[in-house]
Ligand binder design. Structure first.
Ligand code: UD1
Ligand code: CA
Length: 476
């Protein structure tokens, strides 16, 4: 491929049909914005320079694009006078005058780098002045039609609104992705007018100009048309989101991941999975989540930006920015908030919430607990219903629990507090002061059994009523 490749991504349009306060190209599927998917495909080409044309909501779109591709040139199109106008502004901003120019739109999230590469290579090999990535579709409505002569040579691209009835019946259409010889493009763009149904400068008019000048025009077909489908409304966003997910899930299955129910399994584009991972129904793996081999996730589990160790088991859990060690167990019904780090073979059990907590190897928080801002040592067992009271109403404080601690049930550890290695806490203890290693901490007074101060007659009535109701049950 050309050593001088400029890629222009068009992202200035308004996206009215999204009916959103968020710019269209920033809507996400598969854990990335639509323009993020396009930029990832472009990045795979390793182009010489990339220009993004921004306009509508450019205060949002511009910084987002720059964050994804530092060093990209942003060209501002204040009023959207058409794709030809947008490309002209992009060329001026980048100073491109030679090499190959590839133009794509920012709203085609399924586009793949290898398709762009193949197209650019075909364009260059055929030494075309301009090439269009084309497709044949059942319903060509809305697309630019590719008009050929009797010899089959491409004559022009005619937009829907400008097409004659005959032209509208053409099913070969333009994807909107075009490749150019830069010298031709620089020369042709000023010749594109806006005397058409939309009053816009159509980039696609360059095809007719090349033909009139006797230059070579190429139309290269992409079989996987979905890659060039744009999103205009929320229905298409959901359709392409589902299709993207289907593709990602399928790819992982081919890589050796077991997916019991592909339709209810959602995997973001940046997730990585090892072979022999098993995903059960209702699993969502989001963001940069990574799962090591033999781990079993689900059912009904959502993990965002989590790292799950080999052979770990995560059942009906919700996690974000959490790390689960090899062979560890999580769930059912656990909530791991950011900063949770569960050691190898550790356990976060049912109805347990954790946040900013390092739980050591083999340590267990099995039942009904909240662990926030804490370190728990190896092999420690936190009693059922233990609350790490980390918040005094103003500040968050830290709790340190040593190794091999046996925590009693229904305890409260009032931070800041340290419980030493091998210590124990009694059931229901409220631990406010540090516990030395090996000590047993209890709190509260001794148990007192008080005589009930109920009048004798009332007690007798109560007893009689209880006997009657149990008798009724016996009869029924
Ligand atoms: C365009 C093509 C059409 C093709 C279709 C494929 C033209 C004239 N037509 O039509 O042949 O079949 O895509 O989807 O190119 N944009 C700007 N600035 C502008 C105008 C558009 O940045 O002034 C951006 C839009 O945000 C969008 C892309 O360019 O991302 C395409 O523009 P749009 O108006 O949607 O063109 P279509 O009518 O879909
Ligand atoms: Ca469009």
């Amino acid at each position: 491929m050309s050593t001088d490749l400029t890629v222009i991504v068009l992202a200035a349009g308004e996206g009215t049909r999204m009916k959103s306060k968020t710019a269209k190209v920033l809507h996400e599927i598969g854990g990335r914005s639509m323009v993020g998917h396009v930029l990832a495909a472009v990045q795979a080409l390793d182009p010489t320079r990339v220009v993004a044309v921004v306009g509508h909501q450019r205060e949002q779109v511009g910084p987002h694009i720059e964050s994804l591709m530092p060093g990209i040139t942003l060209a501002v199109q204040d009023d959207q006078q058409g794709t030809g106008h947008a490309v002209r502004i992009a060329l001026e901003a980048s100073g491109t005058t030679s090499g190959t120019v590839l133009v794509a739109a920012g709203d085609t999230p399924l586009l793949r780098g290898e398709s762009l590469r193949a197209f650019a290579q075909e364009h260059e090999a055929a030494q075309c002045a301009v090439s269009v990535l084309s497709g044949v579709v059942d319903d060509p409505f809305g697309y630019g039609r590719i008009v050929r002569n009797d010899e089959g040579d491409v004559q022009a691209i005619v937009e829907e609104k400008d097409a004659t009835a005959d032209e509208r019946s053409i099913h070969e259409i333009s994807s909107g992705i075009l490749a150019f010889d830069a010298e031709f493009l620089v020369d042709a763009l000023p010749k594109v007018g806006n005397d058409n149904a939309k009053g816009e400068y159509y980039l696609t008019d360059t095809v007719g100009l090349a033909r009139d000048a006797g230059l070579t025009v190429g139309a290269f077909r992409i079989d996987d048309w979905m890659q060039t489908e744009g999103v205009n409304d929320r229905l298409q966003l959901a359709q392409l989101g589902r299709e993207l997910n289907r593709r990602i899930v399928e790819r992982w299955m081919r890589e050796g991941v077991t997916v019991m129910d592909p339709a209810s399994t959602w995997i973001d584009a940046d997730v990585t999975l090892a072979p022999d991972v098993i995903l059960l129904p209702g699993t969502q793996l989001l963001g940069a989540t990574a799962v090591a081999q033999d781990a079993v996730i689900g059912p009904d589990t959502t993990l965002k930006d989590c790292e799950i160790g080999a052979g770990a088991r995560v059942v009906r859990a919700h996690g974000e920015l959490a790390v689960v060690g090899d062979g560890a167990n999580v769930g059912p019904y656990s909530h791991m908030r950011p900063g949770t780090v569960l050691g190898p073979k550790g356990k976060i059990g049912e109805f347990v919430g954790t946040k900013n907590a390092r739980i050591g190897a083999g340590a267990k928080v099995p039942h009904l607990s909240y662990v926030g801002d804490a370190d728990i040592g190896e092999g420690t067992n936190i009693g059922a219903g233990t609350i790490f009271a980390n918040y005094d109403g103003t500040h968050k404080h830290h709790t340190t629990v040593g190794k091999g601690v046996k925590g009693g049930a229904n305890s409260t550890y009032v931070a800041p507090v340290t419980i030493g290695d091998g210590a124990m806490t009694g059931g229901g203890a409220v631990v406010r002061r540090d516990v030395p290693p090996g000590a047993l901490a209890v709190s509260g007074g001794p148990q007192r059994n008080l005589e009930r101060r109920v009048p004798r007659e009332a007690a007798e009535r109560e007893t009689a009523a209880m006997g009657k109701s149990s008798g009724d049950e016996g009869e029924s």
